[in-house]
Design a protein. Structure first.
Length: 399
């Protein structure tokens, strides 16, 4: 289904035009199904379940924009500051034009400048981090009565052992509002709904189709990658390493050395300190390259920090960056943009970038399968691994 066919469903031509300018042409299977679904047209609650890179976020975006154009306020909830920043920027660039005229605001740990306007309803579409929305509801419970739609992105986080209970309480407040807004939940694939759809009073649209197939494997110290396929079979491939690696971190550096000339690589680690340590290790195995003046100038404008020093002395010339919650907003946004634009070949991050952020890569390396939690090491949740792996092979961007 071509995006132009949406005009026949009553979607304004001006929206179809901006989507085409963004490069959206053929809709994915889940997009075509959802946008033609009776529940989407009749404005019932929806629960959309689909793999990463299947295009489900676009469905929530379409619902949000149509609701805003009908002069009803929309709250678009996301789990992370990085996602909020990305959505706010994308929405402003796409729909803030006077020809569309949607007033878009943001509220997160990095942004409170619009909080007064959110509390008084002076917006059309507000992008808000989960916990921040809970705080705003304490100050002004009637936010929900002013709202026509709430989009809940990355709803699978309700199963997270640390944040899941808080998200469940937030959704409960929305559902128990005297005049509850419409809900659209967007979730990665769930093995078992366990009554989630009934609790949300939502119709379910589910897809298992991932437009860009994801190839997953485990690499051992000899450089042998065992690929695990959906039909239960296992195949193997040897990475051309000069010798047996003595540790997983040495192996990681060698993989970066082999693959970064042709592929962009995202490396996920479990601690903030490890992001810089691994980035430095990657720099040691990669060649030095010239840095364009305009890229160097962007870092001159940043405050003097450990991150700026690393990027100016090592990161830029080796095309390596790192990302964690300790970076200030300007540092995070610049790092994401340089990776998205293809300048950075390797980006080492905590899971701040594993969920929802559109940073397409060719290869994802998950370094840690355990992390510290309350003074004990525990396995990372399956959903966290799946979200990290899902940054590879993004539709229309990477193979």
């Amino acid at each position: 289904m071509h995006v132009r066919e949406l005009v026949q469903s009553g979607i304004p031509q001006v929206l179809v035009d901006v989507w085409e300018r963004r490069g959206i042409a053929e809709l994915t299977q889940v997009q075509a199904t959802a946008l033609a679904h009776d529940s989407f047209q009749t404005e019932r609650n929806l629960l959309l379940i689909a793999p990463t890179s299947s295009g489900k976020t676009f469905i929530g975006e379409v619902a949000a924009v149509l609701t805003a154009l009908n002069m009803r306020r929309v709250v678009y909830l996301v789990p992370m500051k990085a996602i909020a920043e990305e959505k706010f920027t994308d929405f402003k660039e796409t729909y803030g034009d006077p020809s569309i005229g949607i007033r878009i605001v943001i509220s997160s740990g990095d942004h409170s400048e619009y909080d007064g306007e959110i509390l008084t309803g002076n917006y059309n579409l507000a992008v808000i981090v989960y916990e921040k929305f809970g705080q705003l509801l304490v100050q002004a419970p009637d936010i929900l009565t002013m709202c026509g739609l709430v989009v809940l992105d990355e709803l699978q986080l309700m199963r997270d052992r640390n944040r899941g209970s808080r998200l469940e309480m937030l959704v409960t407040r929305i559902l128990m509002s005297p005049q509850p807004p419409r809900l659209i939940g967007l979730s990665a694939t769930l093995r078992d709904l366990n009554g989630l759809d009934a609790w949300l009073r939502a119709e379910v649209i589910e897809s298992r189709d991932r437009p860009v197939p994801l190839i997953e494997g485990i690499c051992d110290l000899s450089g042998t990658i065992s690929y695990y396929h959906s039909d239960g079979t296992v195949s193997a491939e040897r990475v051309p390493l000069s010798a047996l690696c003595q540790s997983p971190d040495e192996l990681l550096s060698r993989l970066v050395e082999v693959y970064s000339p042709n592929w962009q690589i995202l490396v996920f680690v479990s601690t903030k300190d490890a992001t810089k340590d691994i980035a430095e290790a990657c720099c040691r195995v990669l060649p030095s390259l010239d840095v364009q003046r305009d890229v160097a100038d962007r870092f001159e404008l940043l405050d003097e920090t450990e991150f700026k020093a690393f990027m100016q002395h090592e990161g830029l010339i080796h095309r390596v960056g790192y990302h964690n919650a300790d970076l200030d907003p300007d540092e995070r946004v610049l790092t994401e943009r340089l990776f998205r634009d293809g300048f950075l070949r390797v980006l080492v991050s905590t899971t701040t970038l594993a969920i929802g952020v559109n940073l397409p890569s060719d290869l994802v390396i998950v370094r840690d399968v355990e992390r510290w939690d309350q003074r004990a090491r525990i396995p990372i949740p399956t959903s966290e691994y799946k979200n990290a792996a899902g940054r590879a092979g993004r539709l229309g961007a990477r193979t």
